[in-house]
Write a protein that binds this ligand. Structure first.
Ligand code: FAD
Length: 460
């Protein structure tokens, strides 16, 4: 084969969706070349900046991604913001096909009065902070209050609750940033309420994360048995994963504990609770109006049953005292470029099986394709499907024929614009530096959080 026959493919975003799409393309096509563009200086998206530091096993996927990146038919170009440094039409000119896998970078606003008060944070920013996301490194949340409220009942909410309540010495050997561990050590937060608009049958977290909460050392759960009335009978009708989850909730809420367990819980100095059937109305200010003092919740009841049940207000209100409100009601994708269709309501790029509607040669995968839900396994499957659709189109002659310049053309554009991409071997230098900085403290790594410093280390 000759240079002309090499399909040049571009992937935007180096999170799991980007890497799994690249992996599929390289595995199932013998010559295709894949360039992955990433706006951060470092790869791996939410595996690095989302997944909790005390879940190291989840991050093992990085080994597979690293193998993909080391392929001589794959290149990583970090420090390139697509939609700003280079536009999607320019990428489409340079490549035979472009896959958008840029995730969901925004958070869903609450849209209630008081949301702008100090003491109200998005869970997204809080997670970014403890995971060393450069843009959140200066967040320094004020943890001097005794009660925090998390709005939302998904896995991210439980991650945040767990990090707030885990004894700091249990986080010492993780890759949590040194700066956030220092703040957590000073934390006075004793109680965390995890608030949801609906009931126990509608929670969005999974059993693994719930079990970790139930077993959190020095911490006891507060569940109101009244919320679980009648659930025992309905449990048989629900699908198995939901049933097992609900059984664990039910046991935790209603089971009599043995004397040993009871004593252990009595002595627990910290607590977490699930507050069901509550919808946030307003963040309540302190008397001087300078900070968060509580949250006003509307009491709700369910209309309909199962997953589709809707929460409707009963008219009753409840005020909950707290100094910290973390909103964890979802991530949200942004439009990347005016040339790319975007569905603002669903927050996704409209597509059929990963093919962007009405734009031949443009594809999408991951959270920007499906919306911001699902674990790594879900993202892997949907990225493989996008890769498959692309290869089908390639084989069917639906992509441009003739050679395309690929990175050579984009490199010239970027250099004219003063943008200096970093490569995967640059990342491997930073990676080695992080690992060596972590060694003294027994941590897998101490993350670099300052882009200036990273560039300096790379001699830029
Ligand atoms: P992302 O991982 O967000 O990757 C998108 C990438 O695109 C990022 O690197 C971003 O910097 C880059 N990008 C964005 N805009 C641009 C641009 N304009 N130009 C260039 N690059 C750009 N799943 C599990 O299985 N287990 C867990 O324990 C787990 N924990 C999680 C914890 C949190 C807090 C969150 C939010 C998610 C968690 N998940 C977990 C889910 C998992 O992270 C997602 O399924 C997965 O990361 C989605 O992949 P993605 O590639 O679509 O998005």
């Amino acid at each position: 084969f000759t240079q002309e026959h090499i399909p040049q493919i571009c992937v935007v975003g180096s999170g799991p969706a980007g890497f799994y799409t690249a992996q599929h393309l390289l595995k199932h096509h013998t010559w295709a070349h894949v360039d992955i563009y990433e706006k951060q200086l470092v790869p791996f998206g939410l595996v690095r900046f989302g997944v909790a530091p005390d879940h190291p096993e989840v991050k093992n996927v990085i080994n597979t991604f690293t193998q993909t990146a080391r392929s001589d038919r794959c290149a990583f170009w970090g420090n390139v913001v697509v939609g700003r440094d280079v536009m999607v039409p320019e990428l489409r000119e340079a490549y035979h096909a472009v896959v958008l896998s840029y995730g969901a970078e925004d958070h869903q606003a609450l849209g209630i009065p008081g949301e702008e008060l100090p003491g109200v944070l998005s869970a997204r920013a809080f997670v970014g902070w403890y995971n060393g996301l450069p843009e959140n490194r200066e967040l320094m949340p004020d943890l001097s209050c005794d009660t925090a409220v998390i709005l939302g009942q998904g896995n991210v909410a439980l991650d945040v609750a767990r990090i707030l309540l885990t004894p700091p010495e249990h986080l010492e050997k993780t890759d949590i940033t040194a700066a956030s561990l220092r703040v957590l050590r000073q934390s006075r937060v004793k109680t965390v309420w995890i608030v949801g608009r609906r009931g126990p049958l509608q929670v969005a977290f999974t059993i693994k994360e719930l079990r970790e909460m139930v077993q959190l050392p020095g911490t006891r759960p507060i569940l109101n048995p009244v919320d679980f009335l009648g659930l025992q009978d309905r449990i048989k009708e629900v699908p198995r994963p939901r049933r097992r989850l609900t059984e664990l909730l039910l046991r935790t809420a209603t089971e009599k504990r043995g004397p040993e367990e009871a004593a252990c819980q009595e002595s627990a100095s910290r607590a977490w609770g699930l507050r069901f059937f509550r919808s946030p109305q307003q963040v309540l200010p302190s008397p001087d109006g300078q900070r968060t003092a509580g949250i006003r919740l509307a009491v709700t009841k369910l209309e309909g049953v199962g997953e589709a049940a809707r929460a409707v207000p009963t008219g009753d209100m409840e005020d909950l005292r707290c100094g910290l409100v973390l909103s964890s009601v979802g991530y949200k994708s942004r439009p990347i470029d005016p040339s790319v269709p975007f569905d603002p309501k669903l927050g996704v790029i409209p597509n059929t099986e990963g093919r962007v509607v009405d734009v031949p040669g443009l594809y999408c995968s991951g959270w920007v394709k499906r919306g911001p839900t699902g674990v790594l396994g879900t993202t892997m499957n949907d990225s493989f499907l996008t890769g498959q659709a692309l290869l089908q189109d390639l084989q069917g002659g639906l992509l441009p024929s003739g050679p395309r310049p690929g990175y050579a053309a984009i490199e010239a554009l970027l250099s004219g614009r003063g943008v200096q991409p970093v490569s995967f071997s640059d990342w491997e230098k930073l990676d080695a530096e992080e690992v060596s900085r972590g060694q003294g403290a027994g941590k897998p790594r101490e993350k670099l959080v300052d882009p200036q410093e990273m560039l300096q280390l790379l001699g830029r």
